[in-house]
Design a protein around this ligand. Structure first.
Ligand SMILES: [Zn+2]
Length: 179
């Protein structure tokens, strides 16, 4: 059983190395994570944040199989999409700006977004068409998580609505006066 006190809330980004072995050597604390980059980003190596003790190697290179996207901004690391372990502890988490979110971790509702940013996302829907948050993130060169959260907050504020019940990532401007 995992003790709650072992759960990692904030990761410590140790920087980039070229080889997996070098990354492992830098995992000194449970919250440490290291990027392996040779020409392109290859993998993110970290301890499982739920405290089970496993070392996770998150693939970032689409040539090597299913790959995550990594974002490094002001020394803060994010992974997109979420990591869902199919083996071992089966932990499911999101890594956003060095923080771990998800069930058993912090809530993504705690993430701060500026009003200006949320408005810039809303503007993308002024053409009255359906858009996926991922497509908008590409358009605005923003991190998908930030745009996803902005869309979800705009749904709560009744500015947007979900366009397709089968595809949670697609939104539409909400018609005025609709309850
Ligand atoms: Zn685990």
């Amino acid at each position: 059983m995992t003790k709650r006190s072992d759960v990692v809330k904030n990761v410590r980004f140790r920087g980039r190395v070229e080889y997996h072995g070098e990354a492992l050597a830098l995992l000194e604390r449970p919250e440490d994570c290291v990027l392996v980059t040779r020409g392109v980003d290859r993998e993110l190596v970290m301890k499982c944040p739920d405290g089970c003790g496993d070392t996770l190697t998150v693939n970032l290179d689409s040539r090597a199989g299913p790959a995550w996207e990594v974002y490094v901004r002001r020394n803060a690391v994010s992974l997109y999409p979420s990591v869902w372990r199919e083996t071992g502890c089966e932990s499911h988490f999101m890594l956003i700006n060095n923080h771990i979110y998800g069930f058993g971790f912090s809530s993504i509702d705690e993430i701060d977004l500026t009003d200006a940013f949320v408005q810039s996302v809303l503007q993308q829907f002024e053409d009255r068409k359906k858009h996926s948050y991922y497509e908008i993130a590409r358009e605005l060169r923003e991190m998908p998580w930030d745009v996803y959260l902005a869309c979800e907050r705009l749904v709560k504020a009744k500015k947007l609505e979900k366009a397709d019940p089968k595809n949670k990532g697609i939104y539409l401007m909400r018609e005025k006066g609709k309850q």
